[in-house]
Write a protein that binds this ligand. Structure first.
Ligand code: A2P
Length: 345
């Protein structure tokens, strides 16, 4: 089997560290690993397959002569904007986990279970974009239902974990809880989030837009139709909750006017979909929660029920690990499919 030289930009961050773990867990065929970060953590080490590997500083010419096949970028949009081109020029395919290239019409935006056929367009720019974490887990649930009935509209409210704001976000939640137990929470100044996140929920993720939505909400709206090659209506309300990792979503799906939803059929197509697990037995307190999905590569769905007033509306509850399914695992699944498509060509 061929092996690939892999670079991880942002290797010391929450997603970067998970990328290293998922490469190991999925036995990705890595020849050499090049971990990159800012000057702050260059010189440190990360552990990969029992070996300590030096973290190097990301610079414009770091990719030259390194023969990198695949470069995962997860260090923020401005870093991808500046440095992705150097990795591409040096011959790598870039799998970008930031929002920077996602809506570029020339860049494929891929969830491998949903639109693997788009990966071949990587050669237009050398870049494949990994969607927003909340979008990934939602489209994995929408795709089989869209194929079954045809979606007309989706209304989603998210319950997003602190991990979406990286290590800084998770640390802030923990530190605020510690301050709470030390009776010092009123002295703590929130930095990663715009308000205190401990013991609170914040209906505001990312930058407000002129239309009243936030950038996070617009990402879910725009990316969903790009990935699914669809044009149905989507509305999103994105909310940060005091959970460490794993996002939850309450999703209301309106199908074509003539559809009469059969809940058993909906449950069956969801259960048959790759990497989706149905957990739906409320009588026995069974439904997915963040503690169900954390540290797994699966997207869980439960609370599947028909609307009380309209035959063509279904309500579902989806949960997935934001750092794995919503970022690292999806990126590595893209790389696996990319390898297959290259071998095929
Ligand atoms: P560093 O550890 O040197 O700051 P998170 O999303 O958990 O906050 O992690 C962000 C990741 O992106 C870290 O690995 C961080 O490295 C990296 N990063 C941030 N800014 C830069 C930059 N200008 N150049 C390279 N890596 C960066």
């Amino acid at each position: 089997m061929s092996k690939y030289n892999v670079a991880i930009v942002g290797a010391t961050g929450a997603v970067g560290e998970e990328l290293v773990r998922v490469l190991e867990d999925l036995e990705f065929p890595v020849a050499d690993l090049l971990p990159l970060a800012s000057a702050r953590s260059a010189g440190g080490h990360i552990e990969f397959k029992g070996k300590n590997i030096l973290v190097e500083e990301l610079t414009e010419n770091i990719f030259e002569g390194r023969d990198i096949d695949i470069a995962f970028f997860s260090a923020g949009g401005s870093v991808s904007a500046k440095y992705a081109k150097y990795a591409v020029e040096a011959g790598a395919v870039v799998i970008d986990n930031t929002s920077h290239f996602r809506m570029d019409p020339k860049v494929p935006l891929v969830v491998p279970e949903v639109n693997p056929e788009d990966i071949v367009h990587w050669c237009d720019t050398g870049i494949i974009a990994n969607p927003n974490c909340s979008t990934i887990q939602m489209v994995q649930l929408l795709k089989p239902l869209h194929d079954l009935y045809g979606i007309k509209r989706v209304d989603v409210s998210t319950y997003q974990a602190a991990s979406g704001a990286g290590k800084e976000g998770m640390e802030e939640l923990v530190k605020e809880m510690q301050a709470f137990f030390a009776f010092k929470l009123d002295e703590y100044k929130a930095e990663a989030f715009v308000h205190q996140i401990a013991l609170n929920v914040i209906p505001h993720i990312d930058v407000p837009q002129p239309n009243g939505y936030t950038k996070e909400e617009m990402k879910m709206i725009d990316e969903t139709n790009k990935i699914m090659h669809s044009d149905f209506a989507v509305s999103a309300t994105c909310v940060r909750v005091p959970v460490l990792r794993s996002h939850s979503e309450s999703i209301t799906i309106t199908f074509a006017d003539n559809v009469v939803v059969d809940v058993d059929k909906a449950r069956a197509v969801l259960g048959d979909f790759e990497n989706v697990v149905v957990m739906d037995d409320i009588e026995n307190n069974e439904y997915p929660m963040p503690i169900t999905s954390t540290d797994t590569d699966l997207t869980f769905v439960g609370r599947i029920r028909k609307d009380l007033y309209a035959d063509n509306i279904l309500h579902i509850w989806g949960v997935a690990d934001q750092i794995r399914v919503g970022a690292a695992t999806n990126s590595i699944r893209i790389a696996q499919k990319w390898i297959k498509s290259e071998e095929y060509n």
